[in-house]
Ligand binder design. Structure first.
Ligand code: PAF
Length: 282
């Protein structure tokens, strides 16, 4: 495994790789790697000849007052975790990615106006811009993203389609701790009592799923129950609970077809995302 910390070197190495006809899988990350990232890397390893993992805490996707400075970082630990599974770790600097005079952004419209895009204005502009830059640097055949950030996957797929990029986007399932909590780098912000409270998120989603499977179709009732169960915990504050069509990412009017129930919840200092996807037959 090689650690590459500048764009020019990464581009030229991968240009040579591509000449040999090898396929390249990219796993974009912001580091502080966990089991969720490892599952993406394993999948990329299975599907491709060469695996590139980028580690870059992208400043442009953080809003004012958000956790950019506090975001957990430990490059040495990350490299040790993935050195057997990865060919290249790409760790560009802020200055290399956003040099003086940088003035171009990519904006996927409409679907970024809601959910995380509404709570974090400009967030998806930062995400799509950095992801397009990574795609241009690495030129992967495939790129891997976790479904915990379901809206991010949807936004990136839209960008790839709209801009005619020849990259296959591979969404990968949410990885959970044994107690059900969706794994996230931001879980380190939770105190032990907050972590217990956070379990209400996956529990309430599973309860909603079982109610729907038993025939519940009232959207308001389903949402209210999720909100009630989560906010029964003193540190929890709901950001959103939405039920969307998985293909259009629009709020559903009826519980029918392939849907996603997506939630964002503040617990203490952490803003946690989770969701559940289900196929509902009339
Ligand atoms: O999901 C993330 O970790 C980030 O949003 C990504 C895709 C690496 C872009 O900075």
């Amino acid at each position: 495994m090689q650690v590459i910390n500048n764009i020019k070197k990464m581009k030229s190495l991968l240009k040579e790789v591509k000449k040999t006809g090898k396929t390249v899988g990219l796993v974009p990350t912001m580091g502080y790697l966990h089991k969720g990232h490892l599952s993406l890397i394993k999948k990329a390893r299975k599907d491709n000849n060469i695996v590139v993992v980028s580690i870059f805490v992208n400043p442009t996707q953080f809003g004012e007052g958000e956790d950019l400075d506090k975001y957990p970082r430990d490059l040495e630990r990350d490299i040790n975790l993935i050195k057997e599974m990865t060919d290249y770790v790409f760790t560009p600097s802020d200055k290399d990615m956003y040099p003086e005079g940088f003035n171009t952004t990519v904006e996927v419209k409409e679907i970024t106006d809601k959910l995380c895009g509404k709570s974090r204005p400009g967030h998806f502009r930062g995400v799509s811009t950095v992801v397009l830059k990574l795609f241009n640097i690495v030129r992967p055949n495939r790129a891997y993203f976790g479904l915990k950030d379901a809206q991010q996957v949807f936004v990136i797929k839209r960008m790839v389609k709209d801009l005619n990029l020849s990259i296959e986007i591979i969404p990968c399932p949410i990885i959970r701790d044994t107690d059900g909590l969706a794994i996230s780098s931001r879980n380190v912000y939770l105190t032990s009592s907050e972590r217990k409270e956070a379990l209400s998120i996956s529990k309430s989603l599973n309860f909603a799923k079982s109610k729907i499977e038993k025939g519940e179709r009232n959207i308001n009732k389903i949402k209210s129950k999720i909100i009630k169960d989560i906010t029964a915990n003193p540190s929890a504050k709901i950001d959103y609970v939405e039920i969307l069509d998985i293909n259009t990412f629009k709020e559903v009017k009826n519980i029918d077809g392939k849907i996603i129930i997506a939630v964002a919840v503040f617990i203490g200092k952490a803003r946690l995302l989770d969701n559940i996807i289900l196929e509902v037959k009339k």
